[in-house]
Design a protein around this ligand. Structure first.
Ligand code: FAD
Length: 320
């Protein structure tokens, strides 16, 4: 089912916020098996609306693993799955294969992205006949599959890092081009500055984009990872995060505890803003921190909600 339809269906029957989990592709076969087990445990503990699987820009073995993971999660585990798909440095034949695989596995959701250049290259060059921007990929998917897929696009509340002048107006214009090309929902880059995010949502709406805005939420697990990720995404860190986390930076357990409280406060403010009813958690393939956030937000399913859920028991389990 399309994410957009699923979220709308939920909205009509409940005011309780919903959530989803992002997973990346592990490098080893054992890692993949561990991930399936983790997905299963997280599903049973929280009943997310959907999960998504990242794509390794440029193609290669991990891209094939992405399509395998999507197919298994969607058609064997029975999880509503969204496949990330980049168009950087990839021949169109590879994009065609990925879309075909997703289509045949019953996956109806694609997050259409340009992708980043490989670590050893500063810029990227499109392959001959390939795409330049995410909007080109969106138009291509639409031309081949019509409305079969709900198409998500990436949004940057603090501007895409490559925009030389951090020109927020131009960044919004490019986002609008992706929506006009057929984007059905926006998933954002991680962020910590919630006031800036809410202001950005109001600008997205004022620019005429009325699709769901889904904030990307990054749990805080260690102080080092927290700083590194903010620096990598070129996002600002509010003073209260630094003042609470810096003095305890060497105690990982305490950082996770206080960090989770900071993220929970941030999520609550987002939910109270009226712009947001769904949280998308970057799990980094870990289960404890994402579930701690949902537990402290008090939005995990109650026992009766769990029992009433049509998919509370995964399809493959039913056949055991
Ligand atoms: P675009 O929207 O095409 O933008 C790319 C650049 O071009 C930006 O600087 C933009 O400002 C500029 N631009 C856009 N349109 C125009 C135009 N008309 N004229 C001139 N300039 C323009 N990467 C992966 O490799 N794999 C993943 O699985 C993955 N998942 C992600 C999930 C989310 C939620 C997010 C936010 C990002 C993800 N990324 C992933 C990273 C993403 O690929 C990079 O941020 C990439 O640099 C930009 O992708 P985009 O789709 O936003 O590109």
């Amino acid at each position: 089912m399309k994410i957009t339809e699923k979220l709308e269906q939920h909205r009509q029957s409940s005011s309780k916020p919903t959530y989803s989990f992002e997973y990346f592709v592990p490098k080893t076969t054992q890692g993949v098996q561990n991930l399936y087990d983790r997905m299963d445990r997280m599903y049973e503990a929280s009943l997310p609306q959907f999960i998504d699987i990242t794509w390794n820009a440029g193609g290669g073995r991990l891209s094939h693993l992405s399509t395998d993971l999507v197919a298994t999660a969607q058609s064997v585990l029975g999880l509503e799955t969204c496949m990330h798909l980049t168009c950087t440095n990839m021949p169109i034949s590879m994009i065609d294969d990925a879309l075909e695989n997703a289509y045949h596995s019953g996956c109806q959701n694609i997050l259409a992205l340009r992708g980043d250049p490989p670590r050893d290259a500063e810029n990227w060059t499109p392959v001959e006949g390939g795409f330049q921007y995410a909007k080109d990929l969106i138009k291509y998917i639409k031309s081949k599959y019509g409305d079969h897929f709900a198409i998500g696009v990436a949004g940057y509340p603090e501007c895409h890092p490559e925009l030389p002048t951090k020109d927020a107006k131009l960044d919004l214009e490019y986002l609008k081009q992706k929506i006009d090309a057929g984007g059905d929902f926006i998933i954002t880059q991680m962020f910590y500055d919630v006031d800036n995010f809410i202001n950005w949502c109001s600008q997205v709406r004022a620019a005429g984009m009325d699709v769901p805005i889904i904030p990307g939420i990054m749990p805080i697990t260690t102080y080092g990872a927290f700083l590194r990720r903010a620096q990598w995404g070129q996002i600002s860190i509010p003073e209260q995060f630094l003042s609470q986390l810096e003095p305890i930076k060497d105690d990982d357990e305490l950082v996770r505890d206080i960090g989770t409280n900071l993220i929970v406060q941030m999520c609550q403010k987002l939910l109270d803003s009226g712009y947001i009813s769904h949280l998308h958690i970057y799990t980094m393939n870990l289960e404890k921190a994402p579930l701690m956030i949902l537990e402290r937000l008090n939005i995990l399913p109650t026992e009766s909600e769990f029992n009433a859920h049509p998919l509370a028991v995964l399809p493959w389990r039913k056949s055991l």
